[in-house]
Design a protein around this ligand. Structure first.
Ligand SMILES: Nc1ncnc2c1ncn2[C@@H]1O[C@H](COP(=O)(O)OP(=O)(O)O)[C@@H](O)[C@H]1O
Length: 191
């Protein structure tokens, strides 16, 4: 795999602002991998590709979800969730990415899932706290991320779930499963 070509291909999918976010996620994911003993190369790759189709038109993503082997359930949920699954499918198809761990980290970076891998957690958390992010509560998540990956991610999911409830939106169930699972892990680690 040619890193430079992959960087250019990714950059060409999105406007400059989104590209800056991706660069922030890449740097943060590599830092988190160093801090928590993850694989830095995989963190780099999954973070680079996590938003590959984020700026694609909705109907382009919808067509792939309908026609390819992608979860049809996505169509009943917020469009913000689509790019994660579609992105994993596209980077496998277009760039031959076949590392299932990396593909999963891309696929679940927005929603999370039950039994998240270390790489899933790193990419998902990096997406919440990269330096360009500015939302109420982000600094608390950054502080927690200094020494507890699970507690930081839990705070991230809690914030997303609260926001969705306040906005009267549907919740994609994987985020609830991810949150419950993280809570259990945190309790076990303390006990
Ligand atoms: N469980 C969920 N159910 C419904 N929508 C969700 C859920 N989790 C996240 N979202 C939506 O996705 C958005 C998060 O997307 P964002 O953080 O911008 O991800 P990315 O960096 O991949 O673009 C949230 O603001 C929310 O609208």
């Amino acid at each position: 795999m040619n890193r430079e070509a992959l960087i250019e291909a990714t950059r060409s999918q999105m406007p400059e602002k989104r590209w800056r976010h991706v660069q922030g996620v890449v740097d943060t994911a590599v830092e988190l991998a160093e801090r928590f003993g993850g694989d830095k190369d995989k963190a780099w790759l999954a973070a680079l590709l996590h938003d590959y189709t984020k700026a694609w038109a909705t109907d382009r993503m919808e067509k792939l979800i309908r026609e390819e082997d992608l979860p049809k359930e996505l169509l009943e949920h917020d469009k913000e969730l689509w790019h994660a699954h579609v992105g994993a499918w596209v980077v496998r198809r277009e760039h031959g990415i076949d590392d299932e761990e990396v593909l999963d980290a891309i696929r679940y970076h927005t929603s999370g899932r039950e039994r998240m891998t270390l790489l899933d957690k790193i990419v998902c958390l990096a997406d919440y706290i990269e330096p360009g992010r500015d939302f109420p509560g982000v600094n608390r998540i950054r502080e927690l991320a200094q020494n507890n990956l699970e507690e930081a991610l839990l705070a991230g999911f809690d914030g997303t779930i609260k926001l969705l409830v306040d906005q009267g939106k549907r919740i994609f169930p994987l985020t609830v499963l991810a949150r419950n699972d993280l809570l259990l892990t945190i309790i076990k680690n303390k006990g």
